[in-house]
Write a protein that binds this ligand. Structure first.
Ligand code: ADP
Ligand code: MG
Length: 235
């Protein structure tokens, strides 16, 4: 009880801090972006070709790095400001299918195919559709990032024992035991450009929906994340 309280206080403090910091970063980042574009134009006006092979990569690097920082700060903000879910009856199979259709092209660029298996349709659950999409996206993104080209990620949706079950299974690198212990700690990441916020955010979303997020993994074989959601009551 005591430990749980301390943990939630710490999370709240982290939340307030990240919110402050990322907020302060937003405006300067937009300003850098804008100024690089203006710089390119100014060069052009002075007869210096900004698409020149020496200059262009420099400008592109600045723009790419700014984009990356913006993505990271967005992830921090989403986590820091995660509201309580506003749930209503939703078709879980539609949410999953729609999300995967939307991102499939991007994932295929990694050489990874995300396969959906829907055992029961329609599968009505009580959910906040946006938050559910965010949770699924975090899990599938991790699965794709852990995979090698040619691997498959399988997302399975089924009705089991009166609940809806979603499983995300990859054939990627797997997670060693010490990693499994720390998986849900905010900021735990083994990636050079990871935030370590995807899983804590996902766990919070699933738990607020009355579900539980579990994981099984074997190094060199792959990883399976799984969660259950309550079925929506018929009206
Ligand atoms: P991030 O993706 O930014 O590193 P996450 O909270 O999403 O942060 O994940 C934390 C860590 O958990 C990852 O850095 C990785 O080491 C591990 N992890 C999560 N999902 C998987 C997976 N499907 N396969 C292997 N490792 C994983
Ligand atoms: Mg992640």
């Amino acid at each position: 009880q005591h430990a749980a309280l301390l943990k939630s206080e710490r999370l709240a403090t982290i939340g307030r801090m990240t919110s402050l910091i990322t907020h302060e970063l937003r405006n300067p980042l937009s300003s850098i972006n804008l100024n690089v574009e203006m710089l390119a134009e100014a060069l052009q006006e002075r007869g210096i070709d900004a698409s020149d092979e020496e200059i262009r990569p420099l400008l592109e690097t600045v723009i790419e790095e700014v984009d990356r920082l913006r993505d990271i700060t967005e992830e921090y903000l989403i986590y820091a400001r995660l509201p309580s879910p506003k749930t209503q009856a939703e078709n879980l199979d539609d949410i999953v299918q729609g999300l995967i259709d939307f991102h499939q092209w991007e994932w295929s660029q990694h050489g990874v195919e995300v396969v959906v298996i829907i055992d029961d349709t329609p599968l009505r659950v009580e959910a906040d559709a946006n938050q559910m999409r965010q949770a699924l996206l975090n899990l599938i993104k991790n699965a794709v990032e852990a995979s090698s080209p040619g691997d498959e990620v399988v997302v399975r949706v089924a009705r089991v024992d009166g609940v809806a079950r979603v499983a995300i299974e990859d054939q990627g690198e797997g997670i060693p035991p010490d990693g499994l212990e720390r998986l849900f700690e905010p900021f735990f990441s083994t990636k050079s450009q990871g935030t370590g916020l995807g899983l804590p955010m996902t766990q919070q979303i699933i738990e607020e929906h009355g579900g539980e997020l579990s994981v099984e993994s074997e190094v060199g074989r792959g990883t399976r994340f799984c969660f259950e959601l309550p079925i929506a009551k018929p009206h």
